[in-house]
Design a protein around this ligand. Structure first.
Ligand code: FAD
Length: 275
C-alpha cells in the first residue's frame, strides 16, 4: 500500500505494481490537480545537482526511466534547456561529473558572457554547463505516472484520507476515513503531511515541513538554461513554460502547516530573489 499520490507515491506505486505486487494507492485529495509539492509547470532536472556518487548514479538510472515514461505516455515531459552551476564546492561537482563520464563543460567568464549573456554570477569561479539539464513538466509527469500506474494494475483510491498507520495485522494496519485496511507493507509518501502518519515518534519529530516562497518573472526570449548557485542562500532559477522564469532559494523556509492555505507571501524573500 502507498499513501499519498504526489510524484513519489505515484512512482513508487507504479514501480511496485510493475514488479508484480498488488498495490493500493490512497490519496486524501484528487490526484489531479495535485494537492502537494509535486504540482506546477516547472522543476529543474540535472544529473548532478550534488557532488554525491550515490545521487549521481540514481540520476543516471532515472534518465533512462524518464525516457521510458515519455515513450509510454507519448508526452513531452522534459524540455532540455541545459543547466549552469557555480559557487561553493563546484570543483567537487565537476570531479563527480568526470568520474561518471557525464557530459559537461567548464566555461570561463568570456565564453559564459558570449553564450549566456543573461547569466552574470557573482565572483569569478568556474561555471559548469550540463547540456542535458532540463525543465520537467511536473503536472504532465503526474498525469503520465497516474495513467501508467493504473495500466500496471494499481488500485487508486482518491478523496480518502488516511488518519493513522500502525504496525500490526499482516504487517501494517491503515485507518482511513472510510475504514480499516491491512497491508504487508506501507510506503508513506505524504510529503509535508508525513509527520502525522509516521508511526515512530522519534522519526516524526525530525520531519519539519516548511513554507517555500517561489517567485515568477516575465521572460520573452527562448528558454534559458536553469541556473543553480551553490552557497547561502542557494538561489536557483529555471524556465517556466507558463510564467517565464521561476526562481527561489533552496533553503528551508519557516515551519508551516501544509493545510494552512492562507496566501501570505514573504515580500522580503521575493525581493531578495528578484535581486
Ligand atoms: C518550491 C519547490 C521547488 C522544488 N523544485 C524542485 C526542482 O527544481 N527539482 C526537483 O527535482 N525537485 C524540486 N522540488 C522537490 C519536489 O517537488 C518534491 O520533492 C516532490 O514534489 C515531493 O513529492 P511527494 O510525492 O513526496 O509529496 P507531495 O507532492 O507533497 O505529495 C504528497 C501527497 O500525499 C497526500 N496526502 C497527504 N496526507 C495524506 C493522508 N493522510 N492520506 C492520504 N494522502 C495524503 C497529499 O494530498 C499529496 O497528494 C521542489 C519542491 C518545492 C516545494
Amino acid at each position: 500500500m502507498v499513501i499519498g499520490a504526489g510524484v513519489v507515491g505515484l512512482a513508487t506505486a507504479r514501480a511496485l505494481a510493475r514488479a508484480g505486487a498488488a498495490v493500493t494507492l490512497i490519496e486524501a485529495a484528487d490526484v489531479l490537480p495535485a494537492a502537494g509539492s509535486s504540482r506546477g509547470d516547472a522543476r529543474i532536472r540535472v544529473l548532478a545537482a550534488y557532488p554525491d556518487d550515490e545521487y549521481l548514479e540514481l540520476g543516471l538510472r532515472a534518465a533512462e526511466r524518464w525516457r521510458e515514461l515519455e515513450r509510454e505516455s507519448g508526452a513531452a515531459l522534459l524540455r532540455a534547456t541545459g543547466a549552469l552551476s557555480y559557487g561553493e564546492g563546484i570543483g567537487e561537482l565537476t570531479a563527480a561529473l568526470r568520474r561518471f563520464d557525464v557530459p559537461h563543460e567548464e566555461l570561463g567568464a568570456g565564453e559564459l558572457a558570449r553564450r549566456f549573456p543573461a547569466v552574470a554570477p557573482p565572483g569569478s569561479g568556474p561555471v559548469v554547463h550540463q547540456p542535458d539539464g532540463a525543465v520537467i513538466a511536473a503536472d504532465r509527469v503526474l498525469e503520465a505516472l497516474l495513467a501508467s500506474a493504473r495500466r500496471a494494475g494499481v488500485e487508486v483510491r482518491e478523496r480518502e484520507r488516511v488518519v493513522a498507520v500502525e504496525e500490526g495485522g499482516a504487517g501494517a494496519v491503515v485507518e482511513t476515513e472510510r475504514g480499516r485496511l491491512e497491508a504487508d507493507r506501507v510506503a508513506i509518501a505524504a510529503g509535508p503531511w508525513a509527520p502525522a502518519l509516521v508511526p515512530w515518534p522519534d522519526l516524526a519529530a525530525r520531519l519539519r515541513p516548511s513554507r517555500q516562497v517561489v517567485s515568477y518573472f516575465g521572460w520573452d526570449g527562448p528558454p534559458p538554461p536553469a541556473v543553480i548557485e551553490y552557497g547561502q542562500p542557494d538561489p536557483y532559477a529555471a524556465w517556466s513554460p507558463v510564467h517565464g522564469l521561476k526562481a527561489a532559494d533552496h533553503q528551508p523556509g519557516p515551519d508551516a502547516d501544509p493545510d494552512d492555505r492562507r496566501a501570505e507571501v514573504d515580500r522580503a524573500r521575493v525581493e531578495a530573489t528578484a535581486a
